[in-house]
Design a protein around this ligand. Sequence first.
Ligand SMILES: NC(=O)c1ccc[n+]([C@@H]2O[C@H](COP(=O)([O-])OP(=O)(O)OC[C@H]3O[C@@H](n4cnc5c(N)ncnc54)[C@H](O)[C@@H]3O)[C@@H](O)[C@H]2O)c1
Length: 272
Amino acid sequence: MSKLQGKIAIVTGGARGIGAGIAKCLTDDGATVAIIDLDEAGARAAAEMLSPRAIGIGADAADEKAMADAVNVVVTKLGGLDIMVNNAGGAGWDIESMGLGTPFTNVTQKGWDIQLQGNLRASFASCKAAIPHLQARGGGAIINIASIAGLMAMPAVPAYAAAKAGIISLTRSLALELGPNLIRVNAICPGFLWTRAWEFLAGVMKQGVPEYKDMALRDIFLDVVRRNTPLGREQTPADIGHLVTFLAGDGAANITGEEIKVDGGITLNVMR
Ligand SMILES: NC(=O)c1ccc[n+]([C@@H]2O[C@H](COP(=O)([O-])OP(=O)(O)OC[C@H]3O[C@@H](n4cnc5c(N)ncnc54)[C@H](O)[C@@H]3O)[C@@H](O)[C@H]2O)c1
């Protein structure tokens, strides 16, 4: 029997990117998956690709009421909730919204708030919506997708990094509070994946770094990966998804309050 057979999972931000990879791994391991994404059409299309039982719902993960409603819909349609994956995040594709700023005094309050809302508040609202249903089930797993940015000094993206560090802190607080309910709460810190965020960052590097001026965005990203990753390759959505299925399953029954890196060793290095 597949290790997550009979389990019901939600993945926020699962319409594309890392979330879509997580949803696929959960489905492959037997779980029934609901995708909740700002992009409703994308969520439905991704669910259709997964399995006939998967569902896709449009909602803002950073909105407490919208998330409570969306999770209620999932529980009504699928019959409960065992696994909550809070992946939605990364919150804007311009310099201000990315909270990009060197020196720090260039970061605007608007950019700061966008990052805190799109990342940290999304985890808050999603955890809050899921917990009563996991308690009703007698236990379960919450997995928060943070980032290596939450573990390191990241002067280029201080707002994003602070939001991700906040997610790691929230993970620990909830793990302690919810342990007696047999709800395990863990965080995953991905490294570098070729998704929309990196397309944007590579564009910023192309303009700002002379040696990247004539390079394609994808090649700029691969150069950053090559310079910084001991294992020599970018991370993939499946790399993250495989850790999610482990943390969601019985093999991780005594693991809670952890933040686990999937970064090919990037954080062993001083960034170059
Ligand atoms: N790409 C990387 O290198 C990287 C590294 C570390 C951590 N992460 C984190 O992984 C997660 C997924 O990132 P990605 O690179 O796959 O991003 P992505 O932009 O490719 O996909 C994000 C998905 O989340 C959805 N989404 C965004 N905000 C939402 C919200 N408030 N409510 C509902 N849905 C929302 C988007 O519509 C999209 O479908 C994010 O939390 C990101 O911070 C990414």
